[in-house]
Design a protein around this ligand. Structure first.
Ligand code: TXE
Length: 478
């Protein structure tokens, strides 16, 4: 008997009526572990209506009281980290230690967003008129739709819900159809916390049915989405019908530059680790490497050794592993096609290069590809897997020019001991983030936001919080 997930609307479980059901897989074992509804537009409308009704009271509460709710949730998460981690690993495939980090970080993130309660500030603007005061207020938008991906599914709940709730919005969350079980557990943890009904709602289903209904609903004030560019485009067109605000995080093709003066072992350690973390399924991790010719052989040899040493398999199995399976067959096929195309376009396989057959599950061998041409497909399309394509450059200028030659613009990095090269990279790389001499990973107090097709708006920190507010200017004449 597989677990059956139901929608959570207005504080209660809502049966999905005649909606179809979708199976949920364990990607390491190819087994069905649960099923969820493919919720109709009618269910979505009920969830939005519940959120809209609840927002009237929720938005009037002092922010510190809303923050107290976030803190209650984070405390509950901390009591259940082990259980949450197993659920994440089982349906998503990341190693248990990383799933534990994800669960604990989710609690920290909610606490961080709760801290903003006393710091949501408007402005007082000087007036042209005698006796007039002009206030710029920061107010809630209303109902937020959070449409989630599967790669950090539990954390992404908090990344949308934390800022939405503390600023006085209510939320309808649609988890990815690949990973609904952790969301169902999140709902279970809400029980007994006395959260006003309708403030938090979850609807489950496919993008085509449930996601499309949510993003085209006229009572949604903000759609906060993390996922692929194609889906971001569809969401934007749905939102355009109602002029709904969108906040889109659509992945990346992060360049990592290694200059000849860099600490090479440090660069190799961070880049290889980032590429195998979560099986390379991260928007922020290095997707292409530009290395100066003088150190290219040393870097390729180092990366190759690190990737070769990566142990992979079932995250809930008996063996100790560094990397789990890919999320699904489509992800695996995409990586295989990109690597094959790179080889046809002249790349040399230094290690890995093909699908790994473990009898079950979706695995791609940790791979290093040398001599990838800048105009090859793999240097431009998001791989989302444990594959490192390397390109040799002759100067920082050339590295920056090639790095900027991308449709994406989320994260980037540089490894160098020269302060001047590091500053040049920060000023000239056209990306939302640049990491210097460290791994690709953002902080909750930063601002995770891209340019070009990586998205619109961003998450985290003060700027991420303000995305969930609208301005309202009051002119008060004495
Ligand atoms: O993403 P989708 P997929 C990239 C990565 C990956 C590729 C495909 O390259 O290989 O995207 O992943 C919902 N209206 N990223 O197919 O389709 C869907 O149900 C409304 C980068 O899983 O974008 C799910 O909840 N919603 C990334 C969510 O969108 C719709 C993280 C994401 O699914 C919809 C994940 C529609 N028409 C993948 N269609 C990152 N930025 O980190 C689908 N959805």
């Amino acid at each position: 008997m597989v677990a059956v997930i139901e929608n959570y609307v207005g504080g209660v479980e809502l049966a999905s009526g005649g909606a179809g059901r979708l199976p949920v897989f364990n990607p390491a074992r190819d087994t069905v572990i649960s099923e969820m509804p493919d919720s109709s537009a009618d269910i979505v409308a009920r969830a939005v209506s519940a959120a809209k009704n609840a927002q009237k009271g929720w938005g009037k509460l002092p922010a510190i009281e809303r923050a107290a709710v976030l803190r209650k949730i984070s405390a509950k998460i901390r009591e259940n980290v082990g259980r949450i981690a197993r659920v994440i690993s089982e349906e998503q495939g990341k190693v248990l230690s990383l799933a534990e980090v994800e669960a604990a970080f989710t609690a920290d993130y909610l606490d961080y967003m709760a801290e903003w309660a006393r710091r949501i500030e408007g402005e007082v603007i000087s007036s042209d008129r005698a006796g007039e005061t002009v206030f710029l207020l920061r107010q809630p938008i209303g109902v937020v739709a959070g449409i989630l991906p599967w790669n950090f599914p539990f954390f992404l709940i908090a990344r949308k819900l934390g800022p939405a709730l503390v600023t006085g919005n209510t939320i309808v969350i649609k988890p990815s159809e690949e990973t609904p079980n952790n969301a169902a557990l999140f709902v279970e943890l809400l029980s007994g916390l006395d959260i006003p009904p309708g403030v938090i709602n979850f609807v489950y289903g496919s993008g085509r049915t449930t996601g499309a209904a949510l993003s085209s609903h006229p009572d949604v004030g903000l759609i906060s989405f993390t996922g692929s560019v194609g889906t971001g485009q569809r969401i934007m067109s749905a939102a355009a019908q109602n002029i709904t605000k969108v906040n889109l995080e659509l992945g990346g093709k992060a360049p990592a530059i290694i200059l000849a003066d860099a600490d090479i072992p440090l660069a190799v350690k961070h880049l290889a680790a980032s590429r195998t973390l979560n099986s390379g399924q991260l928007c922020n991790c290095p997707e292409r490497i530009y290395v100066e010719r003088k150190v290219a052989d040393e870097v390729v040899a180092g990366l190759s050794a690190a990737m070769k040493a990566t142990r992979y398999g079932d995250p809930l199995g008996d063996r100790e592993i560094d990397m789990g399976p890919l999320i699904n067959r489509a992800g695996l096929d995409k990586i295989r096609d990109l690597v094959d195309s790179a080889i046809r376009q002249g790349a040399e396989v230094v290690t890995g290069g093909k699908v790994a057959d473990l009898g079950e599950g979706n695995y791609f061998e940790p791979t290093v590809l040398a001599n990838c041409r800048q105009d090859s497909t793999i240097m431009h399309q998001e791989i989302f897997g444990p594959v490192i394509p390397v390109n040799i450059v002759d100067s920082l200028d050339e590295a920056i020019e090639r790095a900027n030659d991308s449709e994406y613009g989320l994260t980037s990095s540089i490894f160098t001991k020269s302060l001047s090269s590091a500053f040049r990279a920060c000023n000239e790389l056209r990306f939302g983030e640049t990491y210097v001499n460290r791994e690709h990973f953002e902080a909750m107090q930063g601002f995770h936001a891209g340019t070009r097709k990586s998205g619109i708006g961003g998450a985290d920190g003060k700027h991420g919080l303000l995305e969930y507010t609208m301005t309202h200017v009051a002119y008060i004449q004495n």
